[in-house]
Design a protein around this ligand. Structure first.
Ligand code: FEO
Ligand code: CA
Ligand code: CA
Ligand code: CA
Length: 602
């Protein structure tokens, strides 16, 4: 039997052993099984064709579940006894090398990959709280957000010249969302989704300071989308500002299938990993968001308006107007003691104080020489001018609704301390940081504060092979090895859950899902709950510990393979035909599951 779970959580399990990266299996603890909820190509409407590797079309894909599921959230439909739910999933990108037979023509590849991006809302059903979920084909809630789905801009940059193109001359709206990575559920039931690596979808001249800072340039446009929609070649006259329509936080109302999703300019434009909201002590809402690029920054938005319990219409305006800040971390140990190895300084902690540096406050730009519109559209260049801390790739940034502390997953940064690059500092203490770390921020009773305290909860890695690890003071020999923290979640009692992306290249194990105890004597104890198939990243995750169940989105399984020589057969395995990104539910084996016979790796 598993040891008691921390903080009385009902989700008790015995941590699994890490799984070597050469293994292609989905592994869960003893007493649990796993169940594919929905995979790439599953039809959302009965008029769509069944998925067929050899007969894909853009038209079919537009009515089927998209590729590379990343951020995933499930909300129960009220008054359904827990039997019905809405799932929101974004589709970050496509792996053409394993999706299509060689004979696929360029037009089909462009149309399918375009429609495989975007977002999905799909209704789920289950027989009881302990049963696995299945998608509801033809639900009135089902929706795909495609490249021609309209999005309204909100906030100070609406109508700005920087958002005007010949396709969208008013600069007030756009179409489509691409490169969506993580996200967050708002207290009012909408979803936020971060537009992350949008630069890869566009070709630009690449000569301006803005292009360079956002990684935009002479892309070869491998997916051929410019043949369908000319704006992807943003060197075309009149379409140059098309790139400024991406890099935002998107807000979607899954409860209203006819609603127009919005892109909030108040939260700034960068490679948003995602955003997570908490209601501050004074009733304002605060959104935290990381810019996932080596040496980029951590941001905080504070709304102008106040949260009103139960007033969704009002609350949906809160992200339209407010203040934007960027984080500066100061360590409290002498710089000479931060030697780049991960060894703790003499005070026994990587810790210190921090400051939220203003970019926009009360509708005014706080950045010399830049207007509010410029700060919000070219946020990276604005932040560069105020001296924030260059971080090791902030991925998910999520406040705990129990403790109100904020957790920042810094996934890795192989360039830290290399030639000409920033060296280690107390908040990013390792040179060539391969395994990443997790920062804990304490806003000290006022989430809107412009100062904070911080410490590193985890300095990740495999303690058996790396001395420079730290697990909140917990004995390193008793934890599951963990590398490249990416997405974060909390269970109902405030334990932190971390999903990883990149562990095979770091510690040589497949990526996974881990629980971290935050309070008491076992603070820093890391326990692995699930291990992913070959070359897959762990996304989602969603933990429903009261039901002893959890969900992960398995992204890019078998990405190093080819169509003819797949390196993963997840999730179908026996009788399967190739790897498919899939949302997976993990639940006790005793649950009534029609899928318990499909349990490879166990
Ligand atoms: Fe798409 Fe930052 O991971
Ligand atoms: Ca210190
Ligand atoms: Ca991510
Ligand atoms: Ca990632």
């Amino acid at each position: 039997p598993a040891a008691a779970a921390p903080k009385g959580s009902k989700l008790d399990f015995e941590a699994i052993a890490p799984v070597d990266y050469t293994q292609d299996s989905f592994v869960v603890p003893e007493g649990f099984s796993w169940h594919p909820v929905i995979s790439w190509g599953a039809k959302l409407w009965s008029d769509a064709p069944d998925f067929d590797w050899n007969a894909q079309s853009g038209e079919a894909q537009a009515r089927q579940f998209g590729y590379n599921n990343d951020y995933t959230e499930i909300q129960e439909i009220p008054n359904s006894s827990g039997k019905r739910a809405l799932m929101f999933v974004n589709h970050e990108y496509t792996n053409e090398n394993i999706m299509f037979p060689d004979s696929t023509d360029a037009k089909t590849l462009a149309e399918v990959t375009l429609a495989a991006h975007g977002l999905t809302v799909v209704e789920l059903k289950r027989d009881s709280r302990t049963a696995p979920y299945a998608p509801v084909v033809d639900s009135e809630y089902n929706r795909r957000f495609l490249s021609d789905t309209e999005y309204d801009f909100t906030g100070p940059a609406v109508g700005s010249d920087l958002l005007k193109t010949s396709q969208f001359p008013k600069g007030r709206h756009t179409e489509g969302t691409f490169g969506n990575c993580s996200g967050g559920l708002t207290p009012w039931g909408t979803l936020l989704s971060g537009e992350e690596n949008f630069n890869g979808y566009f070709r630009t001249a690449g000569t301006s300071a803005e292009d360079k800072r956002y990684g935009l340039g002479e892309n070869d446009l491998a997916r051929g989308w410019q043949e369908i929609d000319p704006r992807f070649d943003a060197t075309t006259e009149g379409l140059e500002n098309s790139v400024n329509h991406f890099g935002w936080i998107v807000e979607v109302d899954p409860w209203d299938p006819s609603s127009t999703p919005r892109k909030h300019t108040s939260l700034g434009r960068f490679k948003h990993e995602g955003a997570n909201v908490i209601v501050a002590e004074n009733g304002k809402v605060v959104a935290y968001s990381g810019d996932d690029e080596r040496f980029d920054y951590l941001y905080k938005f504070v709304s102008e308006g106040y949260y009103e319990e139960g007033n969704k219409k009002h609350n949906m305006t809160l992200l339209e107007s407010g203040d934007l800040y960027v984080a500066k971390f100061s360590g409290n140990s002498p710089a000479s003691e931060i030697d780049g190895t991960g060894d703790l300084p003499s005070d026994g902690a990587f810790d210190g104080s921090g400051e939220w540096l203003p970019l926009v406050v009360a509708g005014e730009s706080k950045v010399e020489g830049m207007s509010v519109e410029e700060v919000l559209v070219h946020t990276r260049l604005a932040a560069d001018k105020v001296g924030p801390t260059k971080m090791d790739r902030c991925e998910d940034v999520e406040p705990s609704l129990s403790s109100r502390r904020v957790y920042v997953a810094c996934t890795n940064n192989s360039n830290r301390g290399t030639d000409g690059k920033a060296g280690p500092d107390e908040a990013n203490p390792r040179t060539e940081n391969r395994d990443g770390h997790v920062v804990e921020i304490d806003e000290k009773g006022d989430q809107t504060s412009t100062t904070f305290a911080w410490n590193l909860l985890l300095v990740c890695g495999d303690p058996e092979t790396d001395q420079g690890t730290y697990f909140g003071g917990y004995p390193a020999e008793k934890v599951s090895p963990i590398s490249c923290p990416d997405n974060l979640a909390f269970d109902s009692v405030g334990n932190l859950w971390i999903s990883t992306d990149g562990a095979p290249d770091g510690i040589g194990y497949n990526d996974g899902l881990f629980r971290v105890t935050l309070e008491g004597d076992e603070r820093g104890r890391v326990e692995q709950f699930a291990s992913m198939p070959a070359q897959a990243e762990t996304c989602g995750p969603i933990v429903r510990d009261k039901d002893r169940t959890a969900f992960v989105s398995v992204q890019h399984p078998g990405e190093d393979g080819t169509f003819d020589e797949p390196t993963s057969m997840f999730p179908e395995y026996d009788g399967g035909t190739g790897p498919k990104p899939t949302v997976v539910q993990i639940l006790p084996t005793t649950s009534t599951s029609p899928f318990t016979d499909v349990k490879p790796g166990q």
